[in-house]
Design a protein around this ligand. Structure first.
Ligand code: GLC
Length: 477
């Protein structure tokens, strides 16, 4: 107990040290404070990295930093500007921002929408996390007035316009370019990756709670409700994998035409990788990593699956099945550090073709099957939500044994996560925040309400009726 307390104390202190100030106001946290390697962009505040930090601050009652973050990132939101010949569409939220100082000592912010990022990847997840975080802030503080400010309503609508825009494709899932989320490199996560769909589903529910009814918002409320329904149908129907479903796919006929087609996406049974046929437990299941024409990515992706539980994108029994899978494939998915970002790793020719020979993403390293301690908070949250706290507890005990000694690494390598990642940063902020958040959620599951959603059946009942019927700001464009 004493050891745990001193460990948590150290994590609190390190977390405080990561705070970034804009003028004299705290606005975020840097990605890592590793003095031994070149900072590159790890001295910036990443939107996705700040999420666990923000939740920790909200739990601590330090709500100002989260408010400031939301206000400043909103001010940076994309406005159809060309930057370095890359165009950030209106509504896009940056991947990261940096506080710079003029020669006269004044602070100013610069944002990176991916036009500077390695591989020039578009951070689609940022705007989804931003809405989810705004809802968490409102839930923690009751400050719905912030979300109802005209600039916040405008920001929300721009994000929704971007996500709900009519496009060439017909699926209810969000079509995104490669590297649009936590895995921000070529890893076969282009198209309809699960992580984006889980975040999208949660963000749409959050938007339902945050939009002011009336004016053009009523149209959005209707659109959101329709999209949520078909999105959850699509994901539950077509992404779900368990032994029974694998068996069905195994016996699929190809080339089916018309309305009665069973194999709607024309998945060829020959494309089922051998590992999944062996690996799928009798009891348990998960959502596939990606789905498109003749393409089913059978890999298990942790963030997408855990977020699907928190957002109630999966049914209750499916949520239990995902936890069963984690329990039954413990060594593979948790091993020596919770938890594996995706399983299994891409190897050989597949690694060459899919990653473009990425030396950082060699098998069982970094995004390609590395173990990322930040994922622990999502695991503990999902464990609490499904009434399986023992799973969270077991994982947390593993992390407690190593994180301090290993100096809070960004990720671990090896099929069971036994090695500190080859190019891993030390003192990675979301590792520290993820650990603190996991501890807090373990101790008090009531914090779950910040990040958990009831699914499309959720009513707006948690909001006081009077607030919901507030008059609409007329000056919204
Ligand atoms: C890496 C990760 C990305 C993270 C960033 C900062 O690029 O892939 O998800 O946001 O580092 O920690």
């Amino acid at each position: 107990m004493k050891v745990t307390n001193s460990l948590i104390q150290e994590a609190w202190e390190l977390h405080e040290r990561a705070i970034v100030f804009y003028g004299d106001r705290p606005v975020g946290t840097v990605a890592a404070c590793d003095p031994t390697v070149e900072a590159l962009n790890y001295d910036q505040c990443f939107v996705r990295d700040f999420v666990p930090s923000a939740l920790v601050f909200l739990i601590q009652g330090k709500t100002n930093i989260v408010r400031n973050f939301l206000v400043e990132t909103l001010a940076l939101q994309g406005r159809d500007k060309q930057m370095d010949n890359f165009n950030a569409s209106r509504g896009l939220m940056p991947a990261s921002f940096k506080v710079n100082t003029t020669p006269s000592g004044e602070h100013y912010l610069t944002a990176d929408f991916g036009e500077h990022a390695i591989g020039r990847v578009t951070p689609v997840d940022s705007c989804l996390w931003w809405i989810i975080l705004l809802r968490a802030y409102v839930r923690a503080t009751g400050d719905l007035a912030l979300a109802h400010q005209p600039d916040f309503q405008q920001g929300l609508v721009w994000i929704l316009q971007l996500c709900l825009a009519e496009r060439f494709d017909m699926y209810p899932t969000l079509l995104v370019p490669d590297g649009a989320c936590m895995i921000d490199r070529r890893m076969g996560v282009d198209g309809y990756p699960l992580e984006i769909q889980s975040l999208f589903y949660a963000a749409l529910q959050a938007a339902q709670e945050l939009l002011l009814p009336g004016y053009q918002r009523d149209i959005y409320i209707q659109l959101l409700s329709d999209r949520l329904k078909i999105l959850s149908y699509h994901i539950r129907q077509y992404y779900w994998l368990d032994l029974k479903r694998l068996n069905t796919i195994y016996r699929y006929r190809g080339e089916e035409f018309g309305e009665t087609a069973v194999n709607k996406f024309n998945i060829y049974p020959e494309s089922i990788p051998y590992w999944v046929m062996e690996w799928m437990p009798e009891q348990g299941g998960y959502l596939a990593g990606n789905l498109g024409p003749a393409r089913m990515d059978f890999r298990f992706f942790a963030l997408g699956n855990l977020m699907a539980i928190l957002g109630s994108l999966v049914s209750e029994s499916e949520a239990q099945a995902i936890m069963d899978l984690i329990e039954q494939r413990w060594q593979d998915l948790i091993g020596h550090m919770p938890m594996k970002i995706c399983y299994p790793a891409l190897v050989d020719l597949e690694w060459k073709l899919i990653t473009g020979c990425d030396p950082k993403n060699v098998p069982w390293s970094y995004h390609n099957g590395g173990n990322w301690p930040v994922l622990m908070w999502l695991l503990v949250a999902a464990a609490q939500k499904t009434g399986r706290p023992d799973i969270g507890q077991r994982a947390l005990e593993i992390a407690r044994r190593r994180l301090r000694e290993d100096e809070w690494p960004e990720y671990y390598d090896g099929s069971y996560g036994r090695f500190v990642g080859k190019a891993s940063r030390k003192y990675q902020t979301w590792t520290i925040a993820g650990f603190l958040l996991a501890e807090a959620l373990m101790q008090d599951p009531s914090h779950l309400h910040l990040i958990s959603f009831a699914g499309n059946a959720e009513t707006l009942s948690w909001l006081p009726r009077a607030t919901r019927q507030e008059t609409v700001h007329q000056n919204l464009a």
